[in-house]
Ligand binder design. Sequence first.
Ligand SMILES: Nc1ncnc2c1ncn2[C@@H]1O[C@H](COP(=O)(O)OP(=O)(O)OP(=O)(O)O)[C@@H](O)[C@H]1O
Ligand SMILES: [Mg+2]
Length: 282
Amino acid sequence: MENKGVNTSSRTTSTGLTDDLVILFGGRIYPQSKLDLVANDIDIAIKTMKLCKEGVCVGLGSCKVNPNGLQGYYDEEASSMYGYPCFRFKRCQYWHIAQQQQKETVKPRYHERTFDNFEVTADNRKAYEVCKKYAENFHRMTHRGMILLGPPGTGKTHLAVSIHREVLKKGIASVFVNMPNLVNEMLQGFKAGEVSATYQAALEKHLVVIDDLGAERLRDWVQEAIYRLINERYEKMLPLVVTTNCGIKELETRIGGPAVDRLAEMCEIVPLEGKSWRRRRV
Ligand SMILES: Nc1ncnc2c1ncn2[C@@H]1O[C@H](COP(=O)(O)OP(=O)(O)OP(=O)(O)O)[C@@H](O)[C@H]1O
Ligand SMILES: [Mg+2]
């Protein structure tokens, strides 16, 4: 490992903690003899200290050095206290922005749901792989979308939230909307003579994730609003990720044939199967 700037020589420190104190990571002190345990971390810390700067940073989504948003920095206070160079990690600005944006529209139950804590089984392997690849490859020119379809509790929202988060981490605008909630918000808006800000965002943002399409209460204006949303994105060639409990035929009766026809052209259909994970957890 390249060990630039890291003093690894042993010596007694004024704190008397240990005589071969080298580096501080996550609050733990690693002695020279255990340096190999953190060699990779030191490497990342040194690289990120060079690369996580304005004009050099490529955004978290394209970052090959710290895809988890962990960025190394030199801890001056600890270094002068221990008499050796000390590094720590902090989360980078894009990680914080993505966390914040995600929390604005995604409900608390799904705040911690990621690809990492999605358990892969025979029933969901294909969907998991397709979604993960989609999120990894997503870029500003992505046009294709996805319809995650299957019975309750099979992980559709978990995967859709994971895609939304990965896209935000790339610094690309994404909005997550729960369709029944959006319909309620629009209804409240009509009463107050206002246009729903979420609906507007869903028309414009690069990606829109529509959770639970087909679960909204059926009304003529709802069908019209959904058609307008899908058609607008269809014409602008902007992608959507949709989750639904409905099959394609049922979706047609709920949101209308023309809307489903457009979705079918824009999206890959990704089925999920199996028992509900909600019941497995009880
Ligand atoms: N493969 C999995 N590994 C871990 N947790 C899972 C998995 N699939 C689902 N879950 C969890 O089970 C719960 C239900 O999943 P989720 O809400 O994604 O289901 P859904 O398919 O969207 O259901 P619905 O159609 O009722 O909206 C969530 O807490 C989710 O995180
Ligand atoms: Mg769901």
